[in-house]
Design a binder for this molecule. Structure first.
Ligand code: DPM
Length: 366
């Protein structure tokens, strides 16, 4: 393959959020894109590359698939492995060494604190962020409430278990691991699970939408921080790449995800704590609902706040907002997103969220 190395971008400071573009022949640029190896990850990476190709026809791309710790340890329930950057570490090491220039992730797998020098340079328009139920072919059912008592539901997400236990106390929950295809196979062949719960986004991306038996509304089960959104990580000094990623970044998704991530970071939650959110933008207002749950679902604190997006135009620009940069979006909007997330977390902490999360974390490290 005739692979031209991408020239290293000159280090330039972001001033007032505006990129100082380093002029050069675009036709020389060859972008290496890191991805996990699963079918879903590769689909997502190809999706992002296709979007980039539409916006910048002169660039070439090479996808480099890699295995991560999370892909290798398959026999342990996720929350018990206890490492935050489970699905990202190996890819970020490659980014550090310039073996790849960007990495495509599911945003919800990215910790709220990224390694030094790395940022999320782009977030694509969010897919349906809700959770869905896939029933075993043996079970003719359209709602978890109709399943007989004692049926086992497969999910390793403490967030899902906590919310669904409260709603469906007659059901049992057990861990299921592996990529989406493996989970579908376990559901169809092992006969242990009556249903599994997954993110609608992944199921739809894999063209398995026809298997969705029930879509959980946010009143039934709020989603994970960043769920349904694809994030592209790069180096904070690579302004040309950040400028390119801005072209495929969706403003509303970026603002919602900044608020969600600021909320999670302030609660000191990792990817596997029972914390859930719902966010939207209506009439120039960003609305964030967030909850923390005890593992058995018996205790929960859920609150909702909103913020006017156009306020505080003179706030001082930051280098990044919970790991996200978006030089094409006015910085006061980004700042308001972060402020909203922090305020909502503070409200929950005032109401006792810390104790609920502390108790939940104890059970995670078994
Ligand atoms: C994170 C969680 C799960 C993934 C925890 C949560 C689900 C684990 C499980 C942080 N990452 O949601 O509370 O159910 O056992 C993951 C999926 C996707 C990204 C699969 C899924 C696809 C959807 C997307 C695993 N990460 O949740 O069904 O891109 O948002």
């Amino acid at each position: 393959m005739n692979c031209l190395e991408k020239p290293v971008a000159k280090k330039q400071k972001l001033e007032n959020g505006v990129i100082n573009h380093v002029a050069k022949q675009e036709s020389e640029i060859y972008i290496k894109v890191g991805s996990r190896k699963s079918q879903l990850a590769l689909f997502q990476t190809n999706y992002v590359v296709d979007l980039l190709k539409k916006k910048q026809t002169k660039l070439s791309y090479e996808i480099i698939p890699m295995s991560t710790t999370g892909d290798k340890i398959l026999d342990v329930a996720l929350p018990k492995i206890g490492e935050k950057s489970l699905f990202t570490k190996e890819l970020e090491m490659a980014l550090e060494k310039d073996e790849v220039h960007v990495i495509v992730h599911s945003l919800k797998d990215l910790p709220t604190t990224l390694p030094p020098g790395m940022v999320i340079g782009g977030i694509c328009k969010r897919e349906d962020p809700r959770d869905v139920v896939i029933f075993s072919p043996d079970v003719k059912c359209t709602d978890l409430k109709y399943l007989p008592a004692g049926c086992v539901i497969g999910t390793s997400s403490l967030r899902r278990i906590a919310q669904l236990k409260k709603l469906y106390p007659h059901l049992k929950f057990d861990s299921i691991r592996g990529n989406l295809n493996t989970r579908f196979r376990k559901l169809d062949e092992d006969k242990k699970f009556s249903a599994i719960v997954l993110a609608a986004a992944g199921v739809k991306r894999l063209d398995s939408g026809h298997r969705i038996g029930q879509t959980l509304s946010c009143n039934q089960c709020m989603y994970a921080v960043g769920q349904g959104a694809l994030a592209i990580e790069c180096k904070i000094t690579d302004f040309e790449t950040i400028n390119l990623l801005a072209k495929i970044s969706d403003q509303d998704t970026v603002l919602c995800c900044i608020a969600e991530r600021a909320f999670l970071r302030k609660l000191e939650g990792g990817c596997s704590v029972p914390v859930a959110v719902q966010s939207s933008i209506e009439n120039e207002k960003l609305i964030l609902k967030g909850g923390v749950f005890s593992l058995d679902g018996s205790q929960s604190i859920i609150e909702k706040l909103s913020i006017k997006l156009n306020q505080d135009e003179n706030s001082i620009p930051k280098e990044h907002y919970v790991g996200i940069v978006a030089p094409h979006i006015p910085h006061h909007l980004l700042n308001n997103g972060e402020t909203l997330g922090i305020k909502l977390a503070d409200l929950l902490l005032e109401k006792g969220a810390y104790d609920i999360l502390k108790e939940a974390r104890k059970s995670i490290v078994l």
